[in-house]
Design a protein around this ligand. Structure first.
Ligand code: GRF
Length: 199
């Protein structure tokens, strides 16, 4: 069975959705959670789901390189070959990404390349676009840029508030990300340049 690690910084609702889905289907195992924020609720979710979690404190390291080296060391120690980012609030450097080429995926709460970076749901809402959505993509050396694996649109209606829009986006995330992680673990996602094929 493939062992996957999840890197997260916050609430962890995607971590929970992925873990429950994979463990129920017995396809792959989320064998490690790495988080970088001592207050992250994701840690509590990991405890409940009996997933080993490791807190790596960025403040303890001289710079980004040393911090990332510690993450890499931890991943190697746990024999992790594939990584899913789920609300990990840091940009991984090219040095890190090169250690896991096409073996890191991320979920982003907009239809990339629209609204990259932080606060994507709010930016889409404030821009008053009619359609936004969710993107799952490979992580490459540029921010929110790698080959797109899956996208799903979400309509913003006149009645939506930022809160209701966030809820709609998260609902889509929790439905699609576990399935994409499943295909990713089963090596069913093929990439040719930027073109991605599933199955
Ligand atoms: C999600 O909206 C995801 O798209 C973004 O960060 C958020 C994480 O939410 N990258 P959670 O921590 O999984 O609840």
């Amino acid at each position: 069975m493939v062992n996957i690690a999840i890197l997260a910084s916050g609430n962890g609702s995607n971590f929970e959705a992925i873990t429950k889905y994979l463990h129920k289907k017995k396809i792959a195992r989320v064998s490690l959670l790495i988080y970088d924020n001592p207050k992250a609720y994701v840690k509590v979710r990991a405890e409940k789901l009996k997933v080993k979690s490791v807190f790596i404190d960025p403040k303890k390291f001289k710079g980004r390189r040393e911090f990332e080296q510690e993450i890499i060391k931890t991943l190697k120690k746990h024999k992790i070959k594939k990584i899913a980012l789920a609300g990990f609030m840091r940009v991984l450097s090219p040095y890190f990404v090169r250690q896991f080429p096409m073996r890191i995926i991320n979920i982003h709460p907009s239809l990339l390349p629209a609204f990259p970076g932080t606060n994507a749901i709010r930016k889409a809402y404030q821009h008053a676009v009619k359609i936004t959505g969710v993107t799952v993509h490979f992580v490459d050396e540029k921010v929110d840029h790698g080959p797109i694996i899956w996208q799903e649109s979400v309509k913003i209606s006149a009645k939506d508030t930022l809160k209701t829009l966030e809820a709609k986006i998260h609902k889509v995330e929790h439905r699609i990300y576990p399935k994409i992680v499943e295909y990713f673990c089963q090596a069913k996602i093929k990439v040719n340049k930027r073109k991605v094929k599933i199955g």
